[in-house]
Unconditional design. Structure first.
Length: 456
């Protein structure tokens, strides 16, 4: 991956057939190799990025293979920061495969996963955080995921970290001057001013880390588990949220004996929705296993939808579930729902809980409010442009940065030597630079870019 002198080739469009395909060639020999595979319809071969050139593509035997366009991108305008040529034939896998082999025969090397984005990083077109966002943008399953990933690829997180990095750089430089010129009183670090700067830096780290749970859910998806007594309407609510009759619904208790899972998009958030067996005391070994799995699913959930039957008084098992929901951390991940609010009495049935949503799985009443509440609990209401930590690697680096700054603040407040304060500031700066790739190693690059698709 790290030989930047070679010219790379890769198919940049997804596997399979399509109306248009794209072959990307990046490196010093890109135009020369592309012209060996392309015959323009006019007299002039394209050598610069003046406009797309129409013509025929040729196979390794020189015979015409397809027709389409050749586009040249100079290094200053290309994705990789290198001279790049793109061939746009029809999206036939056979045609694209032959063009790749023709480019390799002409001197190109097949690109590995993420190798083109790696070159963009090395050529200063992207930093590491933006490069990882490109990967997330390609992998986005929902429009909201794509918008958040694009904001990060566009530099939202890097811009937020910029002032923090500049502040640390300034204080490290001043600290180094204080250590170097120890006899010059004007170089000494002013304690109160330094302390305030460190605390402000810690606040930025804390603010970013506070959004990591929402960021992780956005990037990886959430697990939403529906629990409650038999016949509370769990399966009906499951079907209503999916807008599909996926679960079997009957009046017979215990119809759902196992967990049932389906994928749901909740206003842009990918959610794994889980229907479970009714919570109750049972003797039948099959039903007992279903109840055990329901309890296990609840323990693994990001959010729990605790459903009550609005047409029946609360039973002891439900009161026990409510008492549990009032204890941290269950309070933050439990949504209490009274179902069947279309029936008499369900709208006013008392439930000893501060926040109760009333819905009807049969008519759909209250479902919009329920969806809004679930989304708010999962990711909050922050705007897309607000930088969100979605990557666990970034979160770890920020945690380490915050910890190092905490040690620096403690050393400064205790009146310890400037050398000790400076050492902690340097460590914080090092961890912060791991996010954008300023301070990292080739092994980390290998691990990150190996998760990209080929052609990107």
């Amino acid at each position: 991956m790290h030989d930047l002198s070679t010219t790379l080739v890769a198919v940049a469009t997804p596997p399979g057939r399509g109306g248009v395909g794209c072959l990307r060639i990046s490196g010093d020999r890109a135009v020369d190799i592309a012209n060996r595979l392309f015959q323009p319809s006019g007299k002039r071969s394209p050598t610069s990025a003046d406009r797309p050139c129409f013509g025929r593509f040729r196979g390794r035997d020189g015979r015409p293979l397809d027709h389409g366009y050749l586009v040249i991108f100079p290094a200053r305008r290309s994705y990789t920061g290198e001279l790049t040529a793109e061939l746009w034939p029809h999206g036939s896998p056979a045609v694209l495969a032959e063009l790749v082999e023709g480019a390799i025969a002409a001197g190109a090397q097949a690109a590995g996963p993420g190798e083109l984005t790696y070159r963009a990083l090395r050529n200063g077109r992207l930093d590491l955080a933006r490069a990882e966002a490109v990967r997330d943008l390609v992998a986005a399953r929902t429009l909201y995921q794509a918008r958040v990933a694009f904001a990060q690829a566009d530099g939202a997180l890097s811009r937020r970290l910029g002032p923090l990095r500049e502040s640390l750089e300034e204080w490290i430089a001043r600290g180094e001057a204080a250590v170097e010129f120890v006899d010059e009183s004007e170089t000494h670090l002013p304690g109160g001013e330094l302390q305030r700067a460190i605390e402000q830096a810690r606040e930025v780290c804390s603010e970013l880390l506070a959004g990591f749970r929402a960021g992780r859910v956005l990037r990886e998806g959430a697990r939403l588990v529906i629990v409650g007594r038999p016949n509370a309407g769990k399966s009906s609510l499951f079907n209503r949220l999916l807008s599909n009759e996926r679960a079997i619904v009957t009046e017979i208790e215990g119809t759902t004996r196992d967990t049932l899972e389906e994928q749901l998009e909740l206003d842009g958030i990918p959610v794994r929705l889980v229907d479970t067996a009714g919570l109750r005391s049972v003797r039948d070994p099959i039903e007992s296993e279903g109840v055990r799995r329901a309890k296990q699913a609840r323990e693994e959930a990001d959010l729990v939808l605790l459903v009550f039957d609005g047409a029946c008084p609360l039973q002891e098992v439900e009161l026990k579930a409510l008492r549990r929901a009032e204890q941290p951390p269950e309070t933050e991940r439990t949504v209490v729902v009274v179902n069947k609010c279309d029936l008499n009495g369900a709208r006013t049935m008392p439930v000893p809980h501060p926040e109760v949503l009333r819905v009807s799985a049969r008519t759909g009443e209250g479902l919009d409010e329920l969806r809004a509440a679930l989304r708010r609990l999962l990711v909050g209401n922050r705007p897309v442009e607000d930088p969100l930590i979605t990557n666990s690697r970034h979160a770890r680096a920020l945690e380490q940065t915050e910890a190092a700054l905490g040690r620096a603040a403690g050393a400064s407040a205790s009146g310890l030597s400037e050398e000790l304060v400076l050492e902690d500031l340097r460590e914080g700066m090092l961890h912060l630079g791991e996010i954008t790739g300023e301070f990292t190693n080739e092994d980390l690059y290998d691990r990150i870019f190996s998760t990209f698709c080929i052609g990107k």
